[in-house]
Design a protein around this ligand. Structure first.
Ligand code: UDP
Ligand code: MG
Length: 330
């Protein structure tokens, strides 16, 4: 049973400029908390003094838990590493660069007191981001919305407070390419946004250059949609229809004698074979997609609650079935 009220998880990659200030503000936000808390800082293979600074901070603050990864594993895996060590009943996921204000913790906790399982920070405004970042981010969220069946809320990062039972499901999802905010949405239960203005980075520079953003977007699309695999069937269908039209046209042309020898058979063979090939590719895509879904090994379902109607005490209890084993945990 978790013995703390809250675990905070912050992955850090080359964050020496922000770490002391991040710790100061986060510790201040956690200070009033009843029930104890821990702050898990994950050093994701930093090349600067991040790890030394973490050690210094831990000397002064017993709430800190430090995790040093063997090399840079990337944000999502560093986060997963931190999550695997949480001892809290609630878990706050936050970036170390102070773009997500730690002061929102209180409001998030209050929402969770009312029975919400996931409180996710949703950006009302984003300060200090380049137009390029804003545009690509907007395009990305809309693309995801169209492609996936999981409702992944727009304009959210990984900044969120989750309950223990959500964490347990996340840790039971063994997939390797982890798009955490999508996975959290996939889990379900009650999820509610908390609107906030995203600050600019406190110091240092972004660790998500375009190359990494594209990789994250690819992870997101492939982890939550197999629609791209079905693309071949659609195109095959379209070329098939087109082929039929041209087939009709070329036959008519042939009948009136307006074609050179061999044109009709060539064009028909090309179109028919082309569409059949694409169609078969699409069928293979469907199987591949199912195989892929299976290989992700996610839980099949997540139960919120089980309600059993218990017989009132004056009614005789039904005789236990002969083959049922003795109840061990009553
Ligand atoms: N981060 C990480 N490993 C990486 C890249 C980033 O742990 O390989 C951390 C980083 O230190 C920060 C968070 O992930 O705490 C988000 O990164 P960043 O702020 O650079 O992304 P942006 O906000 O620009 O999208
Ligand atoms: Mg950031």
């Amino acid at each position: 049973m978790p013995d703390l009220m809250l675990s905070v998880v912050a992955p850090c990659f080359n964050e020496q400029e922000v770490l002391p200030e991040f710790h100061r503000r986060l510790a201040a936000a956690c200070a009033g908390l009843k029930g104890g808390y821990e702050i898990i800082l994950v050093n994701d293979g930093s090349k600067d003094r991040t790890w030394d600074l973490m050690r210094d901070l831990a000397q002064r603050d017993p709430h800190l838990v430090l995790v040093d990864l063997s090399r840079n594993h990337g944000h999502q895996l560093a986060l997963t590493a931190g999550l695997s060590l949480c001892r809290g009943r609630r878990i706050l996921i936050i970036d170390a660069d102070l773009q997500d204000p730690p002061e929102l913790l209180e409001a998030m906790m209050q929402l969770m007191d009312r029975g919400v399982d996931v409180v996710y920070g949703q950006r009302r405004q984003r300060h200090g981001e380049t137009p390029m970042k804003l545009m690509t981010a907007a395009a990305f969220y809309r693309l995801i919305e169209r492609l996936t069946d999981t409702p992944i809320p727009r304009d959210t990062g990984d900044f969120r407070l989750i309950s223990r039972r959500v964490l347990e499901v996340l840790l039971a999802m063994p997939e390797r390419h982890r798009f955490m905010r999508g996975m959290v949405s996939w889990v379900g239960f009650r999820q509610e946004p908390l609107l906030y203005d995203r600050d600019r980075r406190y110091a240092g520079s972004t660790k998500y250059p375009l190359r990494r953003m594209i990789r994250l977007a690819l992870d997101a699309v492939t982890a939550f949609s197999i629609k791209p695999l079905a693309l071949a069937s659609y195109i095959g269908f379209l070329t098939g229809v087109l082929g039929l039209l041209i087939l009709g046209y070329s036959l008519v042309d042939w009948a009136v004698g307006g074609t050179i020898q061999g044109w009709t058979s060539t064009i028909v063979a090309v179109l028919v074979l082309g569409s059949v090939q694409l169609f078969v590719l699409g069928i293979m895509g469907e199987y591949l997609g199912r195989l892929y879904e299976q290989s992700k090994g996610r839980p099949l379902f997540i139960i919120r609650d089980v309600v059993r109607t218990v017989a009132p005490p004056d009614e005789p209890a039904p005789p236990p079935a002969r083959e049922s084993p003795p109840a061990a945990d009553d």
